[in-house]
Design a protein around this ligand. Sequence first.
Ligand SMILES: [Zn+2]
Ligand SMILES: [Zn+2]
Length: 355
Amino acid sequence: MKRKGLLSTFAFLLAAPGAFAQQVRIGVLGLFHPREITLGAAEGEAIVVTAAGQVFVLEPGVRVATARIEVAGPGLLLQFNGRLVHADEMHAAGRNQQAVGFLVGIPGKISRKYQGTLSVRAINGEAVPVVTMDLETAVASVVAAELTKDTPLEALKAQAIVTRSYFLAGKGRHQDFDFCDTTHCQFLREPPRAESPPAVATVATRSLFIAHGEKPITAMFTGSCGGHTRTLAEVGVSPGNYPYYSVVCDVCYKSPVRWTRKFSEQEAAQLLGKGEAGRLAVDRHLGWDAVPSNNYTAREQEGVVILEGVGQGHGIGLCQRGARAMAQAGASFREIVSHYFPNTTLSNLNTSMAF
Ligand SMILES: [Zn+2]
Ligand SMILES: [Zn+2]
């Protein structure tokens, strides 16, 4: 019943009168570099798979309801119920080519549920699944992945607006889809249940985005800011259509999240003086939390470089820890958004002239 509830909510969103049916294409599970994936039915609906002009139907509740898709030469090999098809690309959708709930798995590693339509291609020897989903489904999925269940509702709403703005303005970092599902773009997992706080926060702020000069901004967010948020120039990121401002964040100013790390001189050379790009390069190499933020001091001691820093993430835009504290103190989502994004307005997709 819970799953049905989710479906009916998002179906309602799509059917809402006047709603602008924005969609986003998310490249999923790329972190695993899969050569083989599985596709299965979820939610009690049939999935229609098309590949090389052939059609397969994955019926829910039937024992063999999973298709296997693997990289074969320059293309894909699709296996379903004893049938084999070679294809450059495959698509999956509901019976009327509509969005549908489905499971994408990587054997032995992960299985994740999505709501939308799916296409898979082989690119550089990897199977690349791309889910085209309704903007609001994508927003709810990011809010659920980003913030813990005990986050106050107004902070979840602020995150939903930031996430929606990013989806509207931040395309162009990938060639084969609009966004990936890692923190490179925005962390995205499964859509939350309809009655869950992330879904409620998404519905409550439906279509709202942060605008600067009437256009949506590529709104950024950070785990905690260390006392004040940072400008793009401070961290060596080139400005987009919004310059960002350094604003004081009370909770982080009074008690910043502190961290200490030790590096070899060689590792430190990759990092020091190179801003956010240097931090991300080291994190890619040594793990995502190797250098938690770019707000630190460095000193050398007996051949080791010791970094002492504050904050988590790049420090730009919405501070998630600060938003949580503001919401706990009674601030509304509008107050939270306008605090971290000065000189912006909240616009609505349904009435904005920018689209
Ligand atoms: Zn990305
Ligand atoms: Zn903060």
